[in-house]
Each structure stands twice: as C-alpha cells, then as structure tokens.
Ligand binder design. Sequence first.
Ligand code: SAH
Ligand code: SF4
Ligand code: F3S
Length: 458
Amino acid sequence: MTATPDAKPLKGLFIRTYGCQMNVYDSERIRDVLKPLGYAPVEAPEGADLVVINTCHIREKATEKVYSELGKLKQMKLASGGKMTIAVAGCVAQAEGAEIIRRQPAVDLVLGPQAYHKLPEMIARASRAVGDRLETGFDTVEKFDALPKTREPDGPAAFVSVQEGCDKFCTFCVVPYTRGAEISRNVDDIVSEIRDLASKGVREVTLLGQNVNAFHGPAPRLEGGADWTLGQLVRHIARIGGIERIRYTTSHPRDMDDDLIAAHGDTPAMMPFLHLPVQSGSDRILKAMNRGHTADQYRDIIDRVRKARPDIAIASDFIVGFPGESDADFEATMQLVRDIGFAVAYSFKYSSRPGTPAAEMHGHLSEAVKDERLQALQSLLRDQQTAFNQAQIGKTLPVLVTGKGRNPGQMHGRSPYLQALHFDGTEALINTLVDVKIVSASLNSITGEHVRAREPAA
Ligand code: SAH
Ligand code: SF4
Ligand code: F3S
C-alpha cells in the first residue's frame, strides 16, 4: 500500500484504564477523540508518544496504584529523551489534580472525567508549554456534545454511557465528588450512537451510568421534549435493527421503578441479569450509609424482579467493616445473601475516603476484623456463584461469541447471565449468536459444546 501524500505520521497512544466500566467507556472515547490528531493505539507504554492513565479514586488502594504507575512512566519518559507526553485522566485527576502535578512533575496534563474532549487543545498547549495543565471542569453536556459522532467498536458487545454522576451521596463514596451531579444524555444522541454501533456489527449494548436507572434523558425529537425513563429507553433500543441484547449497569435500589421491572419480563432483548448493589443487609448500617432503603425493601425489589423474569441472575456489591458495623450487623448481611442467592457479587473492605462523611464517623474497625468478615462473606458468595454456574449444566444457552479462546479451536463468548464461557468452534462464529450446551461449570469457568447457529433476529 502506498501512503497518501497528506497522511499524517502516526503517533503511538497507550491508555491504561483502572476502575469501573464508565472509565472503560471513557478510555474508548479518548481514543476516538485523539484519532483525528494521528494517534493510534499501541500495546505497551514504552516508546508511546502519549500515555493516558485513566484513574479510579473509589478505594485507597486504587488511588495508590496511580502514583506507583506514574513513577515507572517517569523513567520511560526520561529514556525517551522527554518525548513522551503523560496525561492523567479520570477520578483521581478530578479529586487531587493539583496534588498529582505537585507530586509527579513528569506529568504533562491532568484532566477530569468531564474534560477529555478538551485533550486535543490541552496537548497543543502542553507542546507549546503555555496555559493550564489542569482541566477539571464539570461540563458533562459539553463533553457529550463534543465527542466524535461515530465509534469503532471492539467486538459484538459495546458500552454506551447514558447517564453520569451521582446525587445520592452515600456516606462512604467519592463518586458524587469526582463525577459531579447526576446528568442524563439526550435520547437522540444515545439512539444514534447505538444505530452507528449496530451498523458496524454490535449485537449487545450495555447502557452505563453511576446510577443508570435514575436515567431521565431529554428526548427533543422523539417525544415532544418530555424526559424518558430507563424503561422507555430500553424498549426503544430493543427496536433498533441488529441490537439483540440490552444490559444496564449500575443501578440503585431506590430507582428500580415498575416499568423497568416489567421490561425485564416483556422485552426479549433485555438480558436476564441485574446488577443491583445493596452494600449491607443491616438496616442500621444502610441508614448510616445513607442508602435510602432497608434490607426488606431490597428483598421486595428482588422478589418483584424475579416475578417478572424468573431466571434472572442477581448481582450485587457489598462493603464490610463500615464504621460501627457490629457482629450482628454483619450477620444481617450474611443472612441477606443466604436469602437472595447471588449469581455473582463484588465485595470490598470499607476504605475511608478523605472528604466523605463516613471518614469522620466513630467506630472505625481494625483491618483484622474487616479481613475476617470479608473472607466469610466471600466464601459464601463463591459457593453461590459456583452453584449458579453449575445449575446451567445440561441447558442450551444462546451465547454471543466474542472472540477466540485460549486453546486452539476454542471460542469465547458470554451467556445471557453474563457468564464467560468456552466451547469448541470455528472463528467464523465470532460476532454471532450460537446455541451452546453447557457441559461443565465451576466458580470461574464454564465449558460448553456448540450446538448450532441461531437465526439472526428478524
Ligand atoms: N454507583 C454504584 C457503585 C459505585 S462504586 C452504586 O451506587 O452502587 C462501586 C462499588 O464500590 C460500590 O458499590 C461499593 O460497593 C464500593 N465502594 C464504594 N466506595 C467504597 C469505599 N469507600 N470503600 C469500599 N468500597 C467502596
Ligand atoms: Fe456512590 Fe452511592 Fe452514588 Fe453509588 S449511589 S455512586 S455508591 S454515592
Ligand atoms: Fe472509580 Fe471513578 Fe468509576 S472513582 S469506580 S473510576 S466513577
């Protein structure tokens, strides 16, 4: 192939992503924003022209990682003769941008989660060594408006941000401070982004938001300007040609409305999987966390969801060792887990975050107590996850084939319940839906036999 005379030389871009799916989405969009400037992704930071670290502030450990990573990058920058540009993006950048610049002078740019559309302008400023190195404004609407309208999907499943920020102010959590106030994206923009993805072969979309079920997006062209709920949005997306699977994450129990629950039962594209974090099974602790619901209200929501869609897989998040958590409070969490039965769950030791109300509370617990509780909870959750996986043995499930497996002749895909699984098959199946019979399952691995291709949806 001959290069066109006006082709810009490619510059190497390396992005490292920490934290939640919103950061994964943001990293993809950072790549899109930088493409017109001639940046192309490379596999490793060594030798890259631009390295972006997309950071997470949620727990102390996540934040610490950033500084150790920056230390390593500084060495690489020196080795490159200063040619490498280092940018820190995401939630640590938002929370302690000035501190990052002070602690690690090798950093050229710091930008918060709502500012990455300004990267091209910031890179230009950095190359001329003029102007501010820090952008941590909160203009989410401006960001979404400024993003490129088309995307290059990585495979048959894609994330789409529909809502950002959080107004819930759980007392342990930094997200309302790092991501700002809750804002929903415009329905037209979401729909055109998904249409574009569908035209490029995407079959499954996961709608993202810190509180995605609080979605209330303006729909100027579609419905006289009235805000849409998440239930309305998923029903609409289900009608987009090519989109066969819809998921959303992460939801809050307080925003689980009847229409959204009903959609799980009456909209075939809605996947039978719900990630609904509960954090604790003790009403006293839920109150101190400012979650705004009781353990029984959570049980009731799960009952109603299961009535709408009996096979739904329930996922959750837990925090153990919140300040003041007694043995009885912890036992209430264990009881809630035994009552519900989770397909998968993420559990964390409480981490005190500067500036949050819980950091100032009495009754902080020792690491030893937190460790012991985490182990007990995780052991119960592992048993439930194994049981859920093994319950699929003998069933034939529709599987979206996402790529090649580790061994030759093996394919990799995801079940409706978001389980990752392997089966023997050919590469021609990648990006399609196939029926797979589950033959074995353990905690983290599921194996199946390819039965047949599925007819594409009408
Ligand atoms: N918006 C989502 C979750 C955001 S953070 C929700 O409201 O559920 C993801 C998870 O990290 C939380 O569900 C919680 O379990 C955990 N988490 C948040 N802050 C934490 C902290 N200070 N210490 C330990 N875990 C925390
Ligand atoms: Fe954090 Fe609570 Fe908001 Fe979730 S709902 S992002 S845990 S403040
Ligand atoms: Fe972390 Fe920010 Fe997500 S703090 S969990 S990357 S919203």
